[in-house]
Design a protein around this ligand. Structure first.
Ligand code: ZN
Length: 420
């Protein structure tokens, strides 16, 4: 009886193990599927700047990112395009869905119309858990990007006229229930960013390794090859929004300019700007000294505590040209590239100290010259007076002598007559 029970129990156990073994194995084998989407390709070149073509750069970064991610355990990594091919945005999302992707990362480089923006940004889907996941990843990605010295333009959403995600790849991924994020690494056409990509392909591949590291941290991956374990890496959880997260569509509320100090000797002006955007944050500022006809390049506006909270005030110094009417103005941009201009501040010209010095020297010379002219004319007057006096004296002497001679002649004439 006991023996029979034991055999029955063994058989049941064996059947149980056989039945569930594939499930257990599958769970242990379950890999995270990462899809990397190198933006553009084929006829779609993407951003162009000098000899740089975005579609090519995106592919270099994507390949390096894949190579790096494959060093981690339990991952499958696919690219939506392996070469320079045309592939629609829809097909890219469909490819990710087919692979059963856990996340899609879309890679790009940027340019701006007026070639005045710089820095990195991450665009995330605007709704539900896709927003939350995109945002949580983007925070890590942005930490990596700012870590190498890039300026953060922020983590943002962008909507089309229908109130849906503007970027097709994010929109289609959300429709296919795939979390996604679009990374704009930097601006090709701004000198502040050019040092991050112009040193050749290896520098671009560095971006790929950086992206891979951010993904590994976000997904908590481990790599024996790299000797890293991010399984306990803290990922800041983002609340799932109940409504679509809309971008800031209004300009900054405040932009006030003031000249705090003017140094007459150097032409240096300390400019004070007060700026605020309660909907987002101030990102850049620029100034004009000619009433807005020309503008300075944009500069970073301080955000010391958090990337999405800007300081209210900023002070900086500019050197203005001397002897020129100044019409000082400021512009502040928010994180969504909308700007507000300050009122015009009219300042009198700062006199050129060099010119003042030269003029003072000239005045001194002129005064002395005039003095000399005056004194010399006095001399001449004195001289001519003396000359006249001498002439008169000589004339008088001559007349006296003549009179004397004449008197002598008259006397001798009278004497002669008497003798006859
Ligand atoms: Zn692009």
């Amino acid at each position: 009886m006991n023996r029979r029970f034991f055999i029955l129990l063994s058989i049941t156990g064996f059947i149980f193990i056989l039945a569930f073994a594939p499930v257990i194995c599958a769970r242990a084998d379950e890999k995270l599927v990462i899809v990397i989407d190198p933006g553009h390709g084929g006829d779609n070149l993407g951003a162009l700047y000098e000899e740089y073509t975005e579609k090519e750069m995106n592919l270099v970064v994507a390949r390096a990112m894949q190579e790096e991610l494959l060093k981690y355990e339990q991952v499958e990594v696919y690219l939506t395009r392996e070469g320079d091919t045309n592939i629609s945005i829809k097909d890219r999302a469909a490819f990710a869905a087919e692979k059963n992707a856990d996340f899609l990362f879309c890679l790009h480089f940027n340019t701006s119309e007026e070639r005045n923006y710089f820095g990195a940004e991450v665009w995330v889907p605007a709704t539900g858990e896709y927003y939350a996941k995109g945002y949580s990843f983007a925070q890590i990605e942005m930490q990596e990007l700012t870590g190498i010295g890039l300026y953060s333009r922020g983590i943002k959403t962008r909507l089309n006229n229908l109130g849906m995600d503007y970027y097709g790849i994010l929109r289609y991924c959300t429709a296919k229930k795939i979390p996604s994020a679009l990374i704009e690494h930097c601006h090709l056409d701004h000198e502040k960013d050019q040092g991050f990509y112009q040193e050749g392909e290896e520098q671009l591949r560095e971006f790929g390794r950086l992206d891979a590291r951010a993904v590994a941290k976000y997904l908590g991956l481990r790599s024996t090859i790299l000797g890293v374990d991010y399984s306990d890496h803290p990922v800041q959880q983002t609340d799932i929004p109940s409504e679509t997260v809309a971008p800031d569509r209004t300009e900054p509320e405040l932009c006030r300019i003031e000249a705090a100090e003017i140094r007459e000797d150097t032409g240096e002006i300390t400019v004070h700007i007060e700026a605020e955007d309660p909907d987002s944050y101030i990102l850049y500022y620029g100034y004009s000294i000619d009433g807005g006809r020309t503008w300075s390049p944009l500069e970073e506006w301080p955000r010391p505590d958090q990337w999405d909270h800007s300081s209210r005030e900023h002070e900086f110094s500019i050197t203005v040209p001397f002897d020129q009417e100044l019409q000082l103005m400021a512009r502040v941009y928010n994180g969504f590239d909308l700007y507000t201009e300050s009122d015009r501040l009219d300042l009198p010209p700062v006199p050129d100290p060099q010119r003042l010095k030269e003029e003072a020297k000239k005045d001194y010379v002129e005064i002395h010259y005039e003095e000399e002219v005056i004194s010399s004319s006095e001399d001449t007057a004195e001289d001519s007076f003396l000359q006249i006096a001498i002439i008169i004296g000589l004339l008088l002497l001559l007349m006296f002598l003549l009179t004397l001679v004449m008197a002598k002649m008259i006397i001798s004439l009278i004497k002669g007559n008497k003798r006859r």
